[in-house]
Design a protein around this ligand. Structure first.
Ligand SMILES: NC(=O)c1ccc[n+]([C@@H]2O[C@H](COP(=O)([O-])OP(=O)(O)OC[C@H]3O[C@@H](n4cnc5c(N)ncnc54)[C@H](OP(=O)(O)O)[C@@H]3O)[C@@H](O)[C@H]2O)c1
Length: 232
């Protein structure tokens, strides 16, 4: 098994690291040579379409590997925003690549919600987008699902994946603040251009698969080493 990224990292046994920059194609050719499946999770705030185009071209030159791509539930509801627009374009590149493909759309990861909550809680007054209903999911369970899809034949767009509970973003933030013993004034703010999201646009489509791990389980496991109250 191979892991491709720009920066080396600790990896499990039987995984070789290949330094690759997908944006300029450096290191890409040897990294994809002879592979049967590529699970494409790389992303950046900018340049994902270029990066994915380079990956798909190198993959096609090396043979006909199955490309498994992870995307985001409800992209159409936020299609005017920069990153989702790029995700839609990137999904299309995968569909048009001529390679066997599978696309899994998933909801927001717990670690994304956690990081955002942690950053926002540095402020005494915390603005939160009003009416954002999401079903965040455990990233480990998403990884398991991607591995399962990678070992199966190409399946096109498969059922969305979401977490077990629907939350309002404000509730999620409040639960983080409670769990970390912080007191903050949480102010829901209605953002322009978010009508589709407030109508449930980020929720998964019927027939989606559901992760088992709850946000509360993730939160207590993540906070366990630093369980003592911090500051108020
Ligand atoms: N986070 C969420 O809540 C969420 C929700 C739904 C779907 N998704 C999707 O899941 C995927 C992973 O998201 P994530 O939030 O886990 O991302 P992440 O933590 O930012 O990780 C992105 C990875 O891409 C690599 N990367 C970035 N630019 C690269 C480049 N030019 N060449 C090679 N590797 C590059 C990074 O490694 P280096 O920096 O070392 O290169 C890193 O390992 C994305 O497709 C995202 O859209 C995420």
């Amino acid at each position: 098994m191979r892991a491709l990224a720009r920066h080396p990292r600790a990896l499990g046994p039987h995984v070789s690291f290949f330094p690759v920059d997908l944006r300029n194609g450096e290191g890409l050719e040897p990294a994809v040579a002879g592979v049967d499946v590529i699970v494409h999770c790389a992303t950046s705030t900018k340049g994902d379409a270029t990066a994915t185009g380079n990956l798909l071209a190198a993959a096609a030159a090396s043979g006909s590997p199955h490309v498994v791509y992870v995307s985001i539930v409800g992209l159409e509801a936020i299609a005017s925003w920069g990153y989702p627009k790029a995700k839609l374009a990137t999904e299309q590149l995968v569909r048009d690549s001529g390679l066997p493909w599978t696309i899994l759309r998933v909801t927001q990861f717990y670690d994304y919600v956690y990081d955002n909550s942690r950053k926002l809680s540095h402020f005494p007054v915390v603005p939160v987008p009003a009416g954002f209903h999401i079903r965040p999911v455990d990233p480990g369970e998403v990884a398991d699902r991607l591995a399962h899809l990678a070992l199966a034949p190409a399946a096109g767009r498969v059922a969305d994946m979401a977490g077990p509970q629907e939350w309002d973003w404000t509730q999620l933030l409040r639960s983080y603040l409670n769990a970390t013993h912080r007191r903050r004034l949480v102010v829901p703010v209605r953002l322009p251009g978010t009508r589709a999201v407030r109508a449930g646009g980020l929720l998964p489509e019927p027939g989606h698969t559901t992760g088992a791990r709850t946000w509360d389980e993730y939160l207590s496991a993540t906070l366990r080493p630093a369980a003592a109250p911090s500051h108020r």
